[in-house]
Unconditional design. Sequence first.
Length: 215
Amino acid sequence: MNLGVLISGNGSNLGAILDAIAEKRLDARVAVVLSNMAGAGGLARASKAGVPRVVLSHRDFEGRAAFDAEVVRVLREHDVDLVVLAGFMRIVTSVLLDAFPSRVVNIHPALLPSFAGTHGQRDALAYGVRISGCTVHLVDTGTDTGPILAQAAVAVAPDDDEAALRQRILAREHELLPTVLQWFAEGRVDVEPSPGARSRVIVRGVRTAFGLAIE
Ligand code: GRF
């Protein structure tokens, strides 16, 4: 399974994917890392792992669709099977989604459908929830609205600030994302498209609790 990992920042989830591959917990290869930010820390991780890197600034394109068309070209050039949005801070269009139907995955730092958007941890904290977590889901044209593949929960401590909660959630992200990618690698994920409604996702042979597989 060839992964195309899209990033904008630090790339710790990319690092978790690369670690899982190195430790043979994930039967895949990262075929290309694409960043829309030239300074993204994740590019250094990719370089260290010998993974091809591509920087595409969205500012060089007239609109999201034109940018996504070039993203698709790069992903196809590298024979990508599954696209992973790992801290990619751009809304994607149907240009990308139609090129990789039911094969674009995102990780979000909150328990969707609560706290979608850019500040999942901050919004959860401000709301006063006692439990938060992370969600891996298929991407659709909405913001963090696609069918959920798996979730993992963390407790929110009374004295948590945003940074503390972010770190606690990130630790779970780093477990959850490679786990879900391995489900794809094993061909366990079936998606039943439902025109006009939410697609149904079935993960065969895996019972889950808090995003952890129970065998
Ligand atoms: C993560 O919190 C992820 O859930 C969100 O963006 C952040 C990316 O972190 N979508 P990193 O770049 O993988 O360290």
